[in-house]
Design a protein around this ligand. Structure first.
Ligand code: AMP
Ligand code: MG
Length: 289
């Protein structure tokens, strides 16, 4: 189905629908902007209300499905989506929702965990570069090379002089990917400290989710301020024209899903992926018997 054909699907919500395409500019971190998370409203909804946003998200996912199919068929460009956020910010939930639009064959997800012995024996970008999407794919990173200026900085796993050199290295790496046919976009899911508390509690209280809860999560939570400082520096120093950060207010899952699906759709739409031409030996009026 073509995006737009259901534009007026629900007359009751139609009139109260803000322009979804405005979210991209509104949430984009401008290069060299000084990001302050203390003053960021993680509960913002940019004029959207839940039922309208849910309806719009479904339409954005339909559009994404069409775009991904074209990108895959064209097989000339790749898209890399980086997801970062503190524990319980909703990285897994965002992937679960947005991925429903995609054919799994063309959309690999890579989750970056504590590095293995072999990974640690290499430079920190080694495992990351190996996992970048192939041409035609929309690859999703659940955590990424940014952990090497986040958890690594907060826990002082390497000296300051080592991690502080990585912002420029990361910008160079992403510029390299972009120059070689990979469109990079990065989402930082921002929740506030009370929202994290509520989500941890809900995880703990739900017998089907308690397995996700670890006592170590509380130790990390105790380092909230150090993480916010590390996030701010990463957002301020690595949002570039070729690999922008989008700072997503993520206290409300329905707004987060809408924002990510819409910005991803706008970005792939700009690439204008096209089905390849039919082979020259295929006649226009073939009837197969
Ligand atoms: P989760 O995403 O909840 O499965 O947890 C993955 C864990 O791996 C998180 O605690 C991350 O901080 C950690 N992690 C990911 N990358 C690195 C890295 N480069 N160095 C140290 N820890 C990392
Ligand atoms: Mg975790």
């Amino acid at each position: 189905m073509q995006y737009g054909s259901t534009m007026t699907s629900d007359p009751s919500t139609r009139d109260r629908r803000p322009d979804p395409s405005a979210l991209r500019a509104a949430l984009r971190v401008r290069p060299a902007a000084k990001v302050s998370l203390k003053h960021f409203d993680a509960g913002a909804t940019h004029g959207w209300e839940k039922p309208v946003a849910r309806d719009e998200t479904e339409r954005q996912l339909e559009r994404l499905a069409d775009l991904q199919d074209r990108l895959w068929a064209e097989a000339k460009r790749a898209v890399l989506v980086v997801l970062q956020g503190i524990d319980a910010a909703g990285k897994d939930g965002t992937i679960k929702k947005v991925m429903t639009a995609f054919n799994p064959q063309g959309s690999p997800v890579t989750s970056f965990k504590v590095p293995s012995v072999e990974e640690l024996a290499h430079d920190y970008l080694w495992r990351v570069h190996k996992a970048v999407p192939r041409k035609g794919e929309v690859g999703i990173f659940n955590r990424s090379h940014y952990e090497d200026v986040l958890v690594v900085r907060v826990h002082e796993l390497v000296p300051r002089r080592v991690w502080s050199g990585r912002y420029d290295q990361i910008n160079d790496f992403e510029r390299h990917l972009a120059a070689n046919g990979t469109t990079v976009l990065k989402f930082f899911l921002a929740i506030d400290k009370d929202e994290q508390r509520a989500r941890f509690q809900a995880r703990y209280d739900d017998p089907t989710k308690r397995w996700k809860f670890a006592m170590g999560d509380l130790e990390e939570r105790a380092r909230w301020d150090a993480y916010q400082a590390a996030f701010q520096d990463a957002l301020s120093r690595t949002s570039t024209d070729v690999a922008p950060w989008y700072l997503i207010p993520a206290n409300r899952k329905w707004f987060r899903d809408l924002a990510v699906a819409t910005i991803l759709g706008e970005t792939i739409s700009d690439l204008d992926p096209r089905y390849p031409p039919v082979a020259t030996d295929v006649p226009p009026d073939l009837v197969i018997d």
